[in-house]
Design a protein around this ligand. Structure first.
Ligand SMILES: Nc1ncnc2c1ncn2[C@@H]1O[C@H](COP(=O)(O)OP(=O)(O)OP(=O)(O)O)[C@@H](O)[C@H]1O
Length: 258
C-alpha cells in the first residue's frame, strides 16, 4: 500500500515544527527519514499513526485520507513502533505481542489459533520466541524493543512506521532487524539516526532539517559529503563499502565542522 505525505505541516504548542513535507512511499518500499535532533522526524511520523493531526496537508494511504478513516480501520492498516514506548505493561512477552491483534478483533473476542500462530511467528522473526512467557517488565531495553516490533508485525499491517527501530540494539540485532525489514514486503517509513543503516536498507531517504525536507532520493544520491556537512555539521566521505559494494559513509568522529 503506498503512502503519500502531501504538504503536511504540524504545529506543536503554537509553533510550526513540520512545514509542507511532501513525499511518496511506494508500495513495499522502505523509506528512511533522517535529520538532526529536533528536526521533526518523530512529529511527522506521529501524523502517520494518528497520534497527531496535521495542521495542514494530508496523509494518504493508497490515495485515501488517513484522517477520514475510522481510527479502528486505520489501526488495521498502520502499525507503529513509536518513540514513546510503553514499558510498564504487567504482561508476558506473548501477551504484549498479542495486543497487536486487537484492531482485527471484536471487543470481547478471544485470541484464536490464527492469532496465536501470528504472535509466535512475530516472536520468531525478532528472535524472542524463547522468552514468550517472561514478564515484559523484566526485559532489557533492546529485548523490549524487539518485542514491541513483534507486536507491530503481529498486527499484519500494510504500513509500518518505525521511530528509531535500532535504538538500544546491539550490532547483531541491528543487522537482523534491518535484514528483517529488507526481507518483508510491507511499506515502511522509518526514522533512523544511523545514516549507514539508512543507506543500506532504504530505497529512498528523505532528509529533514528544521521541519522541512531538504533532500529526497536514493541514498547514494542524497547522502553526499556536502549534504552531511550542511545538515549535520560533520565531516564525512562517502566510499564504496568493501564488503557489500554499497554506500559507506566514513565519518570524521573527532573534528567537528566550525
Ligand atoms: N509537545 C511539544 N510542544 C512543543 N514543542 C515540541 C513538543 N514536542 C516536540 N517539540 C519540538 O518539536 C521539534 C521536533 O521534535 P521531534 O521530536 O519531532 O524531532 P526529532 O527529529 O524526532 O528529534 P530526535 O532526533 O531528537 O528524536 C523539537 O524542536 C521539539 O523540541
Amino acid at each position: 500500500m503506498n503512502v503519500t505525505v502531501d504538504t503536511v505541516s504540524v504545529d506543536l504548542a503554537g509553533t510550526r515544527v513540520v512545514s509542507g513535507v511532501d513525499f511518496l512511499v511506494g508500495d513495499g518500499e522502505i523509506a528512511g527519514l533522517v535529520g538532526p535532533n529536533g528536526s521533526g522526524k518523530s512529529t511527522l511520523l506521529r501524523t502517520l499513526y494518528r497520534h497527531l493531526r496535521p495542521a495542514a496537508g494530508r496523509v494518504l494511504l493508497a490515495g485515501d485520507d488517513l484522517w477520514q478513516r475510522a481510527p479502528a480501520a486505520s489501526a488495521r492498516l498502520v502499525a507503529a513502533l513509536p518513540q514513546e514506548r510503553a514499558t510498564d505493561f504487567e504482561l508476558t512477552v506473548a501477551e504484549v505481542v498479542a495486543m497487536g491483534r486487537t484492531p482485527h478483533k471484536g471487543a470481547f473476542s478471544r485470541d484464536n489459533a490464527h492469532d496465536r500462530a501470528l504472535v509466535q511467528g512475530a516472536l520468531q522473526q525478532v528472535g524472542m520466541d524463547g522468552l514468550a512467557h517472561r514478564p515484559f517488565t523484566g526485559l532489557s531495553g533492546g529485548e523490549r524493543q524487539r518485542v514491541l516490533l513483534a507486536r507491530a508485525l503481529a498486527q499484519e499491517p500494510r504500513v509500518l512506521v518505525l521511530d528509531e527501530p535500532t535504538n538500544h540494539l546491539d550490532i547483531r540485532h541491528q543487522v537482523e532487524l534491518l535484514a528483517l525489514l529488507r526481507g518483508q514486503r510491507t511499506t515502511t517509513l522509518a526514522a533512523l539516526h544511523d545514516l549507514n543503516a539508512a543507506a543500506s536498507v532504504c530505497d529512498r531517504v528523505h532528509v529533514l532539517s528544521s521541519g522541512r525536507i531538504v533532500a529526497s532520493g536514493a541514498p547514494a544520491e542524497v547522502l553526499t559529503p556536502s549534504l552531511i556537512a550542511e545538515v549535520f555539521g560533520v565531516r564525512a566521505d562517502v566510499v564504496t563499502h568493501p564488503l557489500t559494494g554499497g554506500v559507506l559513509i566514513a565519518f570524521d568522529h573527532i573534528t567537528p565542522l566550525p
